[in-house]
Design a protein around this ligand. Structure first.
Ligand code: PEP
Length: 248
């Protein structure tokens, strides 16, 4: 299979203010050349999306959202934000099924799938997150969990798709799996997707930082990364992006 264009996405989670969007032009300046061969995406909190998109205009950087409503049509859903609204604000991608949403907000695979379908309907590319907890890994249930999450969370409608493998035990901590553990799960996800377009990119996410990014990007089957904390500042995020072999 031909190598897929890498995608390196920053998930700002519920951090930052409008003033922090000044990181966008700084990042564009540092990674502008690399962004020709790597898709570089920033997913700020929803209230900052339109301004982020405006700041990224005329740069190669892409803007995405962190979640969307499962309802594709405009409807009376107080507090919800539709994928069409995110697209209207300038988003190109949307993260769905992040483990924080699955755990804190009780999102099920079925809900994540509905959100991914709504994203496709609005012309957005869904980034569907999957990953096992420490307990599930210790119990030898990694493949069972990943198989269920991939099988039941990804959209049934064909369209552009990204999967982020984010082991829950690695998010926001210091731990990362070994490159061979990452490759093992990515290969398993690729097998699980069999029959679906080979153009689905599979990202690794969980404590990626400037110090470990090169090793992670070197692991076979890794098509990029989903980065949390280290994406908030252009210094760290640019160092991660420039550690990708496609950047040079
Ligand atoms: C994330 O939450 O998507 C993530 C990868 O977080 P961190 O990089 O901070 O572990």
């Amino acid at each position: 299979m031909a190598a897929l264009k890498p995608l390196i996405a920053g998930n700002w989670k519920m951090f930052g203010r409008q003033a922090d969007l000044s990181e966008i032009p700084v990042l564009a300046e540092r990674v502008g050349e690399a962004a020709k061969s790597i898709d570089v995406l920033i997913c700020p909190p929803a209230p900052m999306l339109a301004i982020a998109a405006w700041r990224a205009k005329d740069t190669p950087l892409l803007i995405g959202a962190q979640d969307c409503s499962a309802a594709a049509l405009d409807s009376p859903r107080t507090g919800d934000v539709s994928a069409a609204m995110l697209a209207d604000a300038g988003a190109r991608y949307v993260i769905v099924g992040h483990s924080e949403r699955r755990t804190i907000f009780g999102e099920t695979d079925a809900l994540v799938r509905a959100k991914a379908e709504a994203a496709l309907t609005a012309g957005l590319t869904p980034i569907v997150c999957v990953g096992e907890t420490q307990g599930e890994r210790t119990a030898g249930r990694v493949e069972e969990v990943i198989c269920r999450q991939v099988g039941e969370s990804i959209p049934q409608t064909r369209g552009p798709l990204v999967i982020a493998y984010e082991p829950v035990w690695c998010i926001g901590g210091a731990a990362t799996p070994t490159p061979s553990q990452i490759t093992q799960v990515h290969s398993f996800i690729r097998e699980t997707l069999a029959g679906r377009g080979g153009d689905t990119r599979i990202l690794y996410g969980g404590s990626v930082n400037p110090g470990n990014a090169g090793e992670i990007f070197g692991a076979p089957g890794v098509d990029g990364a989903l980065v949390g904390r280290a994406s908030l500042k252009a210094d760290d995020f640019s160092a991660i992006i420039l550690a990708h072999p496609a950047a040079s």
